[in-house]
Design a protein around this ligand. Structure first.
Ligand code: BG6
Length: 484
């Protein structure tokens, strides 16, 4: 396989919050990797903007350290880092005041593509958008990039959308959900809509149920302050798992273009039924290993925030009525893995009789790690003794199938930043999509608040609370194991 790098025109990228954690861990190392790959042309400028009183030299030192620490060991030709650093500049800017804006305006070249990455808390989005216009830095082709959390409920998301819409058109707003930038997440669309094999079976007539699991081994240590105000519902389900659900459940868009794809995703969210209280289990990890209790990492010793969620969801449309979707996500679970399992129904009639047992096909798509797909197929168990059936996996690892180049793909942030520069919004959430996801999420959270719901404790490094197993067992089904 030959990796293809599509060069872009020179651009100016301003990173507000340029000295912050996200910039250091993801944005700056990601840009460097794209530079090494030959995708960022000379003549581009990357300007850090933050409150800290630094000069460009100090910021370049921060960039160098970020690349060394988080660059993923990418080795480039000698001198590449220096050439990259020559593109880097810095301006001290006060998002809520006037300091620095006139200087920043002298650096941003309106004749080039320009993009403004708001790597700051959502409370500053409106202020930044307003000042970009007031200081005449943006035009109709400028792009702004915003991060999650995009609000904490429908009301705050609407307010954020409104504050951005005052100054920028929807076609200029790039709301990041980094799951959409993952190679294998995009592969969901390729698998579904590039193969004749699956799509005819992709409906409630043939699919018994679908499981989506995003499990992490890390806990909330180091970010308990943020996490305790969000919980798994706001941190993972409203955005990342919702996006996976949309890509698995949506109708085929007519084209792979931004609005065609996002229209179909929106229809899925709008077709979601409210979740019944007994179809949802919240959990919180408790002592059991050195990462200790959830509550030792947060301020409130009696916190009722969930670090785990399992739920049964229903999509009310022709394709999916009657096929449940089981979603599960949590911190401090047994393994780090994200996967989707499509469990097909049993064959309508077994010609081999009861002794052959029940068999069905299962498609497991591994999003991370060990990206790949497994399809369980029923065959005859070899040997004498009559017709006995057995399920065997057709197992494909993308790395093995595609060779070393498969491992050398841009990470989610690299891809998404380059899409911003290219002006392609397909992998970004539209305002109405985010609002619809919050409308559905709010009902669930309000229900917990009304019932003073308390999360169930679960052991660190387990598969989550036993109530989650019981919930799916009531339907005569079981969770697929959490394993890499
Ligand atoms: C982030 C969440 O959006 O996604 C984190 O805030 C979570 O809590 C992370 O750990 C998971 O991302 P990934 O790419 O590691 O699966």
């Amino acid at each position: 396989m030959v990796s293809r790098v599509i060069p872009v025109e020179p651009f100016d990228l301003v990173i507000f919050g340029g000295t912050g954690d996200l910039a250091r861990r993801k944005i700056l190392p990601g840009l460097f990797r794209r530079y090494c790959a030959g995708q960022i042309p000379d003549g581009s400028m990357i300007i850090g903007a933050a409150r800290g009183d630094h000069d460009a030299g100090e910021f370049r030192t921060l960039v160098t350290e970020a690349v060394q620490e988080f660059g993923g060991g990418r080795t480039c030709e000698d001198g590449t880092l220096d050439a990259f650093l020559a593109m880097i500049d810095y301006v001290t800017v006060d998002a809520r005041g006037d300091t620095g804006w006139a200087e920043l305006a002298t650096k941003v070249r309106k004749e080039l593509v320009n993009a403004f990455y708001f790597s700051v808390g959502p409370g500053l989005f409106g202020d930044l958008a307003e000042r970009l216009q007031r200081f005449d830095m943006a035009d109709d082709d400028s792009r702004i990039v915003v991060e999650k959390p995009f609000g904490r409920d429908l009301e705050t998301a609407k307010a954020l959308n409104a504050s951005l819409a005052k100054h920028f058109d929807e076609t200029q707003i790039y709301r990041i959900d980094h799951y959409l930038g993952k190679e294998t997440v995009q592969n969901l669309m390729a698998v579904r809509f590039g193969n004749m094999l699956f799509e005819p079976l992709w409906n409630s007539q043939y699919v018994d149920h679908i499981q989506i699991t995003v499990a992490e081994t890390v806990g909330v240590s180091g970010r308990g302050g943020y996490y305790d105000k969000s919980g798994a519902m706001r941190d993972m389900v409203q955005n990342h798992l919702m996006q996976l659900l949309c890509l698995i459940a949506m109708e085929p868009p007519a084209k792979f273009d931004p609005d065609a794809v996002r229209d179909e995703k929106l229809k899925v969210i709008r077709a979601l039924e409210p979740v019944e209280p007994h179809h949802i289990v919240r959990g919180q990890y408790s002592a059991g290993d050195d990462e200790a209790d959830y509550r030792t990492h947060v301020e409130d010793p009696s916190s009722k925030t969930e670090s785990f969620i399992a739920m049964k969801m229903a999509i009310s449309n022709w394709r999916w009525a009657g096929t449940p979707f089981y979603l599960r996500t949590g911190k401090r679970l047994k393994a780090r893995t994200s996967d989707i399992t499509v469990v097909f129904k049993d064959a309508p009639h077994s010609i081999f009789g009861a002794k052959a047992g029940q068999h069905n096909n299962e498609l497991r798509i591994r999003l991370q790690p060990n990206e790949g797909m497994t399809l369980d197929v029923t065959i005859k168990e070899p040997g004498p003794g009559g017709m006995r059936l057995v399920d065997v996996p057709l197992d494909m690892s993308f790395a093995e199938a595609l060779g070393p180049d498969a491992a050398d793909v841009p990470d989610a942030y690299e891809r998404l930043i380059m899409d911003v520069i290219r002006g392609n919004q397909t992998l970004f959430m539209r305002g109405d999509e985010v609002e619809a996801a919050w409308a559905w999420t709010d009902l669930i959270i309000e229900g917990w608040q009304a019932r003073a719901d308390v999360p169930k404790p679960y052991d660190a490094l387990s598969e989550g609370p036993t109530d989650a197993m019981a919930m799916i067992a009531r339907d005569g089904r079981i969770w697929r194991p959490i394993k890499t």
